[in-house]
Write a protein that binds this ligand. Structure first.
Ligand code: FES
Length: 120
């Protein structure tokens, strides 16, 4: 028996919860650093879980618009709320709201620095 009763899980053909399948994992490049995340997760969650400092005041509900990032790669379509929040120019430049993007494939992401109180 392996630790934590893994033998039973493997013998039954089920994959233990703590062992992600390789095909369900996506590696995104964030400011030159690889960040692994589960396929289908929100980009905001992927960044936060990867230790990336990113602004959010609404908890990922698409309200605060603090989670702006620039994304290159195959992403989910720009939502109407992103279009309204960012406008045509920023959307055309690849800017997205990280909380509205679902990671389905490798992406290259640039996260702007968080501005402090009193900064422009
Ligand atoms: S976290 Fe607030 S809009 Fe994305």
């Amino acid at each position: 028996m392996l630790e934590g009763g893994r033998v039973e899980s493997l013998a039954s053909g089920r994959i233990p919860r703590k062992m992600p399948r390789v095909s369900d994992e996506v590696v995104i490049e964030v400011d030159g650093r690889p960040v692994r995340c589960a396929k289908g997760s929100s980009l905001l969650n992927a960044l936060v879980n990867g230790g990336v400092l990113i602004g959010t005041a609404c908890g990922g509900r698409g309200i605060c618009h603090f989670c702006r990032v620039t994304v290159t790669g195959a992403t989910t379509p720009v939502s109407p709320e992103e279009q309204r929040a960012l406008g045509n120019l920023l959307v055309a430049r690849g800017m997205r709201l990280a909380c509205r993007v679902v990671v389905e494939a490798p992406l290259v992401v640039s996260v702007p620095p968080i501005r402090g109180k009193g900064e422009g």
